[in-house]
Design a protein around this ligand. Structure first.
Ligand SMILES: Cc1cc2nc3c(=O)[nH]c(=O)nc-3n(C[C@H](O)[C@H](O)[C@H](O)COP(=O)(O)OP(=O)(O)OC[C@H]3O[C@@H](n4cnc5c(N)ncnc54)[C@H](O)[C@@H]3O)c2cc1C
Length: 397
């Protein structure tokens, strides 16, 4: 029996290794890029956050997030760690996030690559699949290759420079599967505040509230990073899904000193007033220098020395630092997004096997399906878990 797998990213490699557990199966793994796992190499800032000890349906989104439940049962975190351990990967958990012990994403790609070197797996790199034809007992790939069962593991549209494409949606749509609206998630947000350019590269701890027409839409806390166009970092990724989609005024309200209460902050600034520092040094030792200066200006403080600070200015400074409002315009595009929100309708797939309910013998796994996870290893866990399930079931005689 031949199992064809389109895409040698996270889910496709997991599917290939799992299908090939059956020695009577011949796996043909097609990858359009010259090498396998190009996107994987870039994950987790080159560290590859491959899963998370805190796992559950609540970390996933889509029209029906409960679709992931069976995959999380069948391939829970311990099972996944054991699976990778068997492939030779040593792992560590850092704040619940699971990384390779080497701290290098290429360790993950390497153990997968080595596991693909097996008699019953043929890896076809640089082989783009553009056509699939359904036949009575199987599928014909690119008009030439026949397979009995087929797994679509083409990933999503996010991270276009790393291989994200429309292929998975197109191939599945030709076979009769429908998709929901695609949009970027875990993505930077653009803003219309000109001051942001001066803060490019500045990082700080922050609590963020996203408001739509003044109503709270999402909240998060953690590291914020300013970019040339707007806001980035884990704190933003966590709340980026669906921001600026639909009408309304979208605002980010930033608490840039979340660990200090307003009363304490007042005392701190009163002390700075007594120290008679040049105004540029008002936040020295407290905030990133550039951020401190930008915020002092934004609060409307004009004096040249901290001794000139009025009580009103101190209150304005506190308001600015703890309630800084920025108008958001749009998310960055798919090329900057880590994951695609939306995808092929899960209602047409069996959550126990990943098999299509429309076409027997056809399977899909990973990001191409309408499932996206939160920041923290959830997208890769879904890719591995759904890939392992698709591979095992497609490889069953
Ligand atoms: C910068 C970045 C950082 C990320 N960091 C993390 C992280 O730390 N933790 C986490 O959980 N998630 C992270 N993600 C998300 C995660 O990488 C993806 O959700 C995951 O890789 C999806 O796996 P997949 O197998 O579905 O798709 P992919 O890994 O994208 O693999 C799909 C493969 O299919 C190939 N392909 C597509 N079409 C065809 C075709 N027609 N013919 C042949 N081959 C084809 C592609 O070239 C690609 O290799 C990150 C994403 C990005 C972009």
């Amino acid at each position: 029996m031949v199992v064809g797998i389109i895409g040698a990213g996270a889910s496709g490699m997991a599917a290939a290794i799992s299908a090939a557990e059956n020695p009577n199966v011949q796996v043909r793994l097609y990858e359009r890029q010259a090498r396998v796992g190009k996107k994987l190499m870039a994950t987790g800032n080159g560290r590859c956050n491959l899963s998370n000890c805190k796992m559950g349906v609540e970390f996933y989104h889509g029209e029906d997030p409960s679709f992931v439940e069976e995959a999380l049962n069948q391939v829970d975190v311990l099972t996944l760690r054991a699976w990778f351990y068997d492939l030779g990967l040593h792992m560590v958990a850092d704040d619940n996030k699971i990384y390779p012990f080497s701290d290098q994403a290429n360790s993950v790609v390497d153990v997968l690559r080595l596991a693909l070197v097996k008699e019953n797996i043929t890896l076809l790199a640089g082989a783009e699949v553009t056509k699939i034809r359904q036949e009575k007992d199987g599928f014909v790939i690119n008009d030439t290759d026949f397979c009995d069962r087929l797994i679509i593991a083409c990933g999503g549209l996010a991270g276009t420079k790393l291989g994200g494409s429309m292929w998975g949606y197109k191939l599945l749509s030709k076979l009769g599967h429908k998709s929901t609206r695609l949009r970027p998630s875990l993505v930077q947000l653009k803003c219309d505040w000109p001051g942001v350019t001066a803060l490019k590269g500045v990082r700080c701890q922050c609590n963020i509230t996203i408001q739509r027409d003044g109503e709270c839409f999402a909240r998060s806390g953690g590291e914020l990073q300013f970019t040339e166009y707007g806001l980035s970092g884990p704190v933003v990724f966590r709340v980026s899904r669906d921001v600026c989609h639909g009408s309304g005024n979208w605002t980010a309200v930033l608490d840039l000193m979340p660990r200090i209460l307003s009363d304490e902050f007042t005392q701190l600034l009163e002390k700075r007033r007594e120290r008679k520092l040049p105004m540029d040094e008002l936040f020295t030792g407290i905030l990133h220098n550039r951020l401190g200066r930008v915020l002092t200006k934004a609060a409307g403080v004009t004096g040249s020395n901290t001794e000139m600070l009025t009580d009103h200015e101190i209150q304005e400074l506190i308001k600015t630092v703890k309630h800084f409002e920025i108008n958001l315009t749009e998310p960055m595009g798919m090329d900057h997004a880590q994951v695609t929100a939306g995808g092929v309708l899960t209602a047409d797939f069996d959550p126990n096997t990943m098999e299509s309910c429309l076409i027997p013998g056809l399977y899909a796994c990973g990001e191409v399906l309408d499932i996206d996870g939160d920041c923290g290893g959830y997208n890769l866990h879904w890719a591995w878990a759904s890939g392992i399930m698709a591979g095992r079931n497609a490889g069953k005689e």
